[in-house]
Design a protein around this ligand. Structure first.
Ligand code: HEC
Ligand code: HEC
Ligand code: HEC
Length: 416
């Protein structure tokens, strides 16, 4: 699991609460007795608060994890109810302002590495339920290390400009022309689950390119694919069930989740209800995306021959000669849209570094993919991926050996 979470700044949306609001008192979170605490626990799963606010293996919600952004690392603070080093002494107003407006306790602006621009789609009741849940946890005494953002981003007032450009506060407003399921899906995707934080391309300042909503983005050393319903690069060939199963187990007949997505599956989507995963699928299948009508230029036959030879030798044992792999064990490179994504960073990275996918309650042992960094040079990695991208009926621009060199240097020193 990555020690440092890669994340560009954030995206958007959320509401619709299906749960009763109870009167929460401090005490043990018995769901029957404390429905608000249980509701807050589930919202914190949808929001993956624990992912960023916990050092892997460390005390839950005690902070200290470095969140990597294009501008430097930001260390997450302690959000346990400790009075001095956590949020124990915060008022409800202060907590709500931090989560939904990005304003810290002293009035200083938070950086959007904390996804307040998505959480703003939650209601105040939602956020109060999360607070009730956090308050029910054991307080942990732990102060945080200083942020390491480089100038000028270490000046919090810069965020006033960022917010003016990119932050649109406000609760999710259901679209009454759409079904309750669709609205629930959009609320989760744009709001608590902040899927766009990784999947929507960013401007140089880390704001969302809203005109390319969910069309795939480059994170530090990973690419998050297009998850619109586009046929070529997106989820056009996935069924609702394919999406829901991927979110539940990290695997489906097409692909397997690795890296930051494996973590999102493990900590958040695998713990959602089936209904919520189906709602997400229903919504994503309605997002149009961009079809690439013209398609890429035909690929060099020398590249196809060289890449094909490497594929037969090194890859076909697992992914099969017809590229179909073995369902739920070895991804189908013939069907994977990630493989043909415009940005090939994740594919390159997987060949260089290998991968071990997520183990979940449903599928506890995850199969692995070996690393080829020492065996194949930049040109060979580019050739085999260009072959994969242009075989079995697929067509995508060839991979440039220069991109392989870039990913090699970006990922070389990382212990994840
Ligand atoms: C993607 C990572 C990420 C996620 C997910 C996340 N946070 Fe944060 N959070 C941060 C970071 C980083 C900061 C510090 C921001 C800064 O210093 O500007 C922060 C700051 C905060 C603060 C301000 C604390 C302080 O001492 O200033 C609160 C409160 C908070 N988060 C609560 C939450 C809650 C509740 C959730 C889930 C609904 C959540 N966070 C989810 C990364 C995250
Ligand atoms: C922390 C960043 C991050 C977040 C948050 C995130 N994703 Fe991902 N996602 C990725 C990356 C990186 C990949 C590519 C990894 C891979 O293919 O193994 C990915 C892959 C996927 C895929 C597979 C697409 C394909 O063509 O193979 C789907 C579907 C997906 N994400 C949906 C979601 C949804 C829905 C959410 C919100 C509930 C979400 N993601 C949140 C980073 C993220
Ligand atoms: C020992 C079996 C094995 C071999 C050999 C192997 N792979 Fe894989 N490959 C896997 C597994 C398992 C995954 C899924 C791992 C994950 O996502 O964490 C995978 C994932 C991938 C993916 C990502 C697909 C997706 O949709 O997530 C690509 C691309 C890929 N392999 C390409 C190759 C290439 C190219 C070669 C040869 C150079 C190769 N693999 C050799 C087992 C293998």
């Amino acid at each position: 699991m990555p020690r440092v979470l890669r994340m560009r700044a954030l995206a958007c949306v959320a509401l619709l609460s299906h749960f009763a609001i109870g009167s929460a008192k401090a005490g043990s979170p018995d769901p029957q007795e404390f429905p608000q605490i249980e509701r807050g626990r589930y919202l914190s799963v949808l929001s993956d608060c624990g992912g960023c606010h916990t050092v892997p293996g460390g005390k839950p919600f005690a902070g200290g994890r470095a969140i990597e952004t294009p501008f430097g690392n930001i260390v997450s603070p302690n959000v346990t109810p400790d009075l001095e080093t956590g949020i124990g002494a915060w008022s409800d107003e202060q907590f709500d302002a931090a989560v939904r407006k990005g304003i810290g306790r002293t009035g200083a602006h938070l950086y959007p590495a904390m996804p307040y621009n998505a959480y703003t789609r939650m209601s105040r009741d939602d956020v109060m339920a999360i607070r009730a849940y956090l308050n029910s946890l054991e307080p942990v005494r732990q102060t945080r290390d200083a942020n390491t953002l480089p100038f000028p981003f270490n000046i919090r007032s810069v965020m006033v400009v960022w917010n003016a450009l990119y932050f649109r506060a406000g609760e999710y407003k259901p679209d009454l022309a759409k079904s309750a399921e669709w609205n629930r899906g959009k609320f989760i995707v744009d709001g608590p689950a902040h899927c766009g934080a990784c999947h929507t391309p960013k401007t140089r300042l880390g704001g969302d390119r809203t005109d390319q909503y969910m069309q795939g983005a480059n994170l530090q050393g990973w690419s998050a694919p297009d998850i619109t319903n586009a046929k070529g690069t997106g989820l056009g060939n996935w069924t609702d069930g394919d999406i829901a199963l991927y979110l539940k187990s990290g695997h489906n007949r097409i692909t397997a989740a690795t890296g930051p997505m494996a973590e999102a599956v493990e900590l958040s989507t695998s713990k959602m209800t089936d209904r919520d995963r189906i709602a997400i699928a229903t919504y994503l299948k309605s997002v149009p995306g961009q079809e690439n009508a013209s398609g890429p230029a035909p690929i060099d036959t020398k590249v196809m021959a060289a890449g094909g030879a490497i594929y037969r030798d090194q890859c076909s044992a697992c992914h099969a000669i017809d590229g179909k792999g073995v369902p739920h064990l070895f991804p189908s490179l013939a069907d994977s849209s990630m493989v043909r994504a415009l940005d090939s960073t994740t594919g390159i990275r997987m060949v260089l570094r290998g991968a071990r996918s997520v183990g979940t309650k449903d599928e506890p042992t995850a199969p692995g993919m070996p690393s080829y960094a020492w065996q194949l040079d930049d040109r060979q990695v580019a050739d085999v991926l260009s072959f994969v991208r242009n075989s079995w009926g697929g067509a995508a621009a060839p991979v440039d050996p220069g991109d392989v060199a870039r990913v090699r240097s970006q990922t070389a020193m990382r212990n994840d």
